[in-house]
Design a binder for this molecule. Sequence first.
Ligand code: OAD
Length: 239
Amino acid sequence: MERLIEGVRQILRAGRIVAFTGAGISAESHVPTFRGGDGLWRNYSPESLATAEAFESDPRLVWEWYDWLRGLIHAAQPNPGHLALAELQQKNPGRFTLVTQNIDGLHEKAGSRDVVKLHGDIWRLRCTTCGREGRNEQVPMEHLPPLCRCGGTLRPAIVWFGEMLPEDSWMRAVDAAGRADVFVAIGTSAVVYPAAGLVRVARESGAQIVIVNPDPTPADQLAQWILRGPAGEILPRLI
Ligand code: OAD
């Protein structure tokens, strides 16, 4: 492992770096992953609640889950993995981009800047009637489901299954992946598209691919470097 770590440290010294994160980086901050065994809430899987259909049929139920998740995230602190990425950005101004699938805001809490958020932000709400969007950090929510001043139902401004990614974030992510010299995929199962496709974009554009994950993922076959282990232990060793 030490030789692998040293090898990755070397390639991080020059060129453009993209870090691409998923729920696994927040696991050590006690935010449950989506596909981990502990990802169940009242016998619902997050995947079954994170859909427009679930919201349409029972907005209160979906909101109860997000309200619980917001409480959990509110209490969570960034872990050494988040902090290492913030430091990597600070040490490499102009050649580091952080792309995340996470909605928890822990990268910003750790000090990361200009985070490219592919799946939105749990602290932003959008009206399903008038489209107005804004920040809301109330924990717990006073009223479920929360209502817009126009009377419409508010939803979390996040991307649910079957929905489009925010176009500007996606363009930035593809652009960064296509120009990366090193692309580090951290804590993602790499099964949710289009986000997972960034690994291939980077690889086909000539980047070295590094995976940081305790478990195998389909992206491993594209990687030259596989660092098996928790992000909170591995990432600090890369700096
Ligand atoms: P998943 O829950 O699918 O995968 C989490 C990954 O993190 C798995 O590969 C784990 O092996 C790994 N992991 C667990 N603990 C870890 C640790 N301490 N350090 C590093 N890795 C660890 O989460 P995502 O890949 O982020 O979409 O899921 C992708 C998308 O699916 C999410 O953004 C979400 C979900 O539906 C939306 O919300 C739209």
